[in-house]
Design a protein around this ligand. Structure first.
Ligand SMILES: COc1cc(O)cc(C/C=C(\C)CC/C=C(\C)CC/C=C(\C)CC/C=C(\C)CC/C=C(\C)CC/C=C(\C)CC/C=C(\C)CC/C=C(\C)CC/C=C(\C)CCC=C(C)C)c1O
Ligand SMILES: C[S@@+](CC[C@H](N)C(=O)[O-])C[C@H]1O[C@@H](n2cnc3c(N)ncnc32)[C@H](O)[C@@H]1O
Length: 327
C-alpha cells in the first residue's frame, strides 16, 4: 500500500518537480529525467507497457492519442499564425532546408506524414514545379531555331507542370487537414496533391509505394514512435528515403538556458494571447523535452531497419533533420 501510494505521489509530483529543476538548471537533472518515448524510467515495471507521456503528464497509451487529437483540433485555425509568431518565421527556414536536403528528382512520389496544414507538401510542389520549368527552359533554349511563338506554344501544351511528381499528405486530424485544403485552394495547388486521413502507426498505403517519406514536427506526438518508424520503412520503395524534421537537444548551455526561458515563460503566454489556448502550447514545450536526443533518435531509426542514418542539427540543436535510407 505504502509503495503504491509513494508511486502515485511520484507520478503526480515527479514530473512537476523535475520540470522546476530543469527550469532552474539544477545539477543532475538530465540523468534523472526520463527522456524519450520509451524511457519512462520512473514508471513501475508492470505499468511500463501501458503508460506513456503527454508532455510532463503520465497517461495511459490509450489516452494519449485522444489528448493529442484534442490539442491539434483546438489549435488548427491559429496553427500557422502561431508558428510564425513563436518562431519569428524561423520554422519556414527549417522547412525550406528539409526540402533542399530532399532535393526531389522529377517524378518523386512523396508521402508527408503528420502533414497537417500542408507546409511541407506546398514547398515540395513549388520546388518540383520550379525545377520542371527550369528544365523545360533549358531544353527550349537548346533548340535555337524555335521562334518565341513556338516556345510559348510548347509551354502551353505541357500538361504536367510537376513532371510526374506527386505528394500525399497524411494526418490523423480532420481539422488540420481542413485548414490545409483551404490553404491549398488559396495558393492554387490542385494537381499532384492528395489528402488522406490516417495514423502514422498504421498507414493506409501498400508496401514499397513512395520514394520519400517526410514527417515534420509530427513524430514527437505519436504514441508508439517505433511503430511509426516501421511503417515508414514499409511504405518506402527500396532505395527510398526517410526524412524527419523535429525538435531536438540544444547542447550549448547558455543557449539552452535562454531557450528554456523562452519556451516556458513566453510560448504558453503567446498560446493564450493569440490562440486562447495555454494548455496546448504548454504541451508543445513539454513534449519537446520528452523527445529523444539526436543520437538516441538516430538509433531508433536504425532499429526500424533504415541504413546510412545521419542527422544535421539546426539553430544550435533546437531542431534536427534525420535522414535514413531503405536499402
Ligand atoms: C501544439 O503543438 C504545436 C503547435 C504549434 O503551433 C506548432 C507545433 C510544432 C512546431 C513547429 C511547426 C515549428 C514552429 C514553432 C516554434 C519554433 C515554436 C516553438 C519555439 C520554441 C520551442 C522556442 C525556440 C524558438 C526559436 C528558436 C525561434 C526564434 C525565437 C526567438 C529568437 C525568441 C525571440 C523572443 C523574444 C525577443 C521575446 C522576449 C523573450 C523573453 C523575455 C524570454 C527570454 C528569451 C530570450 C532571452 C531569448 C530567447 C532565446 C532563444 C529562443 C534561444 C536562441 C537560440 C539561438 C540564437 C540559436 C506544435 O507541436
Ligand atoms: C505540429 S503539427 C506538424 C504539421 C506539419 N507537418 C508542419 O510541419 O507544420 C503535428 C501534426 O501531427 C499530427 N499527428 C499527431 N499524431 C499523429 C499520428 N499518430 N498520425 C498522423 N498524424 C499525427 C497532428 O494531427 C498534427 O497535424
Amino acid at each position: 500500500m505504502a509503495t503504491h501510494r509513494s508511486c502515485a505521489l511520484w507520478s503526480y509530483c515527479g514530473p512537476r518537480w523535475s520540470w522546476v529543476m530543469r527550469c532552474c538548471r539544477l545539477p543532475g537533472f538530465r540523468s534523472s529525467w526520463p527522456r524519450g518515448p520509451l524511457g519512462a524510467r520512473h514508471l513501475s515495471q508492470e505499468k511500463r507497457e501501458t503508460e506513456t507521456h503527454f508532455g510532463f503528464e503520465t497517461v495511459s497509451e490509450e489516452e494519449k492519442g485522444g489528448k493529442v487529437y484534442h490539442v491539434f483540433e483546438s489549435v488548427a485555425k491559429k496553427y500557422d499564425v502561431m508558428n510564425d509568431m513563436m518562431s519569428l518565421g524561423i520554422h519556414r527556414i527549417w522547412k525550406d532546408l528539409l526540402l533542399s536536403k530532399m532535393h526531389p528528382f522529377p517524378g518523386t512520389q512523396l508521402l508527408d506524414v503528420a502533414g497537417g496544414t500542408g507546409d511541407i507538401a506546398f514547398r515540395f510542389l513549388n520546388y518540383v514545379q520550379a525545377q520542371h520549368k527550369g528544365k523545360q527552359k533549358r531544353q527550349l533554349r537548346a533548340q535555337q531555331n524555335l521562334s518565341w511563338e513556338e516556345i510559348a506554344k510548347k509551354y502551353q501544351s505541357e500538361d504536367d507542370p510537376l513532371g510526374g511528381s506527386r505528394v500525399v499528405v497524411c494526418d490523423i486530424n480532420k481539422e488540420m487537414l481542413k485548414i490545409g485544403k483551404q490553404k491549398a485552394r488559396a495558393q492554387g495547388h490542385k494537381a499532384g496533391l492528395a489528402w488522406v486521413l490516417g495514423d502514422a502507426e498504421e498507414l493506409p498505403f501498400d508496401d514499397d509505394k513512395f520514394d520519400v517519406y517526410t514527417i515534420a514536427f509530427g513524430i514527437r506526438n505519436v504514441t508508439h514512435i517505433d511503430q511509426a518508424l516501421q511503417e515508414a520503412h514499409r511504405v518506402l520503395k527500396p532505395g527510398g528515403r526517410f526524412l524527419c524534421l523535429e525538435f531536438s537537444q540544444v547542447n550549448n548551455p547558455l543557449i539552452s538556458r535562454l531557450y528554456d526561458l523562452y519556451s516556458f515563460q513566453v510560448i504558453p503566454v503567446l498560446g493564450e494571447v493569440i490562440a486562447g489556448d495555454w494548455r496546448s502550447y504548454q504541451y508543445l514545450v513539454e513534449s519537446i523535452r520528452q523527445f529523444p536526443s539526436q543520437e538516441e533518435f538516430k538509433e531508433m531509426i536504425e532499429d526500424a531497419g533504415f541504413e546510412k542514418v545521419t542527422y544535421e542539427s539546426l539553430t544550435s540543436g533546437i531542431v534536427a533533420i534525420h535522414s535514413g535510407f531503405k536499402l
